[in-house]
Design a protein around this ligand. Structure first.
Ligand code: PLP
Length: 338
């Protein structure tokens, strides 16, 4: 789910490669850039006074969101309620942080089943997770309803918009801080944001939440650190700012429209050939293609992947062009192994 960085992002990454925002008192320029990155991410995500940092990716942001919730939980055995469509990073978070992971099923449209969420929460629930742009089907969970359920049991609400965060501002979905009582969010510049890897984003509604992550830093000039990693390259921070300065909002909007049209074109082409296709509500196409066809396409060099249930999965990232997709469909026709 990564893509070719925007030229400005590539250039900024090179210039800031040897800086370390983990030591902000020494690397002041990149530390200031990180403030800019958080401010811009907040604008995308409907958060007026944002706090957060540029993480190594969605995995770190999700782990840290679970950590914040665990620190605030008033329970010796806190649990975290996650849709089964949630990214596997929540499994890592549960393992590392020793919280109980309660996976809840999704409905026929691959969105979390709200009744199942209601049945899973209790007074030990520290966090409910909603996904805004699922990894496999690009679905957006009903975030406002999840917020109400979280409120009812005193839990926090985390939105994983790691992939969707840079396309959802141009849709009607209710996904961000302005739409619901969201507490934390993962939103990754290095995916649809066209920044260089590594550039993830963790946002929190308040300093008080982010402070749950702060540990003292005795040998540094700064006093506390909230990130999971210590030393980290400033390349991600600088490239995130450069990409957002170049593309927000018009460039991202144009890219979303292009990617969405591509996804709809591919879905239509596959449907016409008799494959069962999951309607692409965001720029991601999943279709039931025989395993032999999938393997043959991989063998020809197509970098396609599969969902957990075995469907072909094509993510229409910015580097994926209509010509590429047409050539892919041509290959599919030539294979004729169905
Ligand atoms: N969350 C979602 C929704 C994702 O799709 C992904 C990765 O594809 C992640 C989290 C993890 O992100 P990363 O691989 O940058 O750690």
């Amino acid at each position: 789910m990564c893509t070719t960085p925007h030229p400005d992002a590539r250039d900024a990454a090179e210039r800031f490669l040897a800086t370390n925002p983990g030591d902000p008192a020494t690397y002041q320029r990149v530390a200031a850039l990180e403030d800019d990155a958080v401010a811009m991410l907040g604008e995308l995500a409907g958060l007026g006074d944002p706090t957060g940092y540029v993480a190594s990716g969605g995995t770190e942001a999700n782990i840290q969101a679970v950590r914040i919730a665990r620190e605030r939980a008033d329970s010796p055995r806190p649990n975290v309620v996650v849709p089964e469509s949630g990214h596997f990073s929540f499994q890592k978070a549960a393992d590392v942080l020793e919280v109980e992971l309660r996976l809840v099923p999704t409905d026929d449209d691959h969105r979390v089943d709200l009744e199942a969420v209601r049945a899973s929460v209790d007074t030990d629930t520290a966090l409910i997770v909603g996904v805004a742009g699922t990894t496999e089907y690009g679905r957006v969970d009903p975030i406002p309803e999840l917020g109400r359920i979280a409120d009812s049991v005193g839990a926090l609400l985390h939105v994983d918009a790691a992939w969707g965060g840079f396309v959802l501002p141009f849709t009607d979905h209710e996904w961000h801080f302005g739409h619901a009582a969201v507490d934390t969010m993962a939103i990754d510049p290095h995916k649809m944001g066209q920044a260089a890897v590594p550039a993830g984003g963790l946002l929190a509604r308040s300093d008080e939440l982010l402070d749950e992550l702060a540990v003292d830093t005795p040998y540094l000039e700064s006093t506390a650190q909230a990130t999971l990693t210590g030393t980290r390259s400033g390349a991600g921070v600088a490239s995130a700012v450069a990409a957002m300065e170049a593309l927000w909002p018009d460039g991202y909007r144009e890219q979303y429209v292009r990617s969405q049209h591509n996804a709809e074109w591919l879905a239509d082409a596959l449907e016409k050939r008799g494959y069962e296709v999951v309607n692409p509500t965001l720029p991601l196409v999943a279709a039931t293609v025989p395993r032999a066809t999938f393997d043959a396409l991989r063998a020809k060099g197509w970098r396609i992947s599969r969902t957990a249930t075995g469907e072909l999965r094509v993510v229409c990232m910015p580097h994926v062009t209509r010509e590429m997709l047409a050539s892919f469909v041509g290959e599919l026709d030539r294979l004729e192994v169905r």
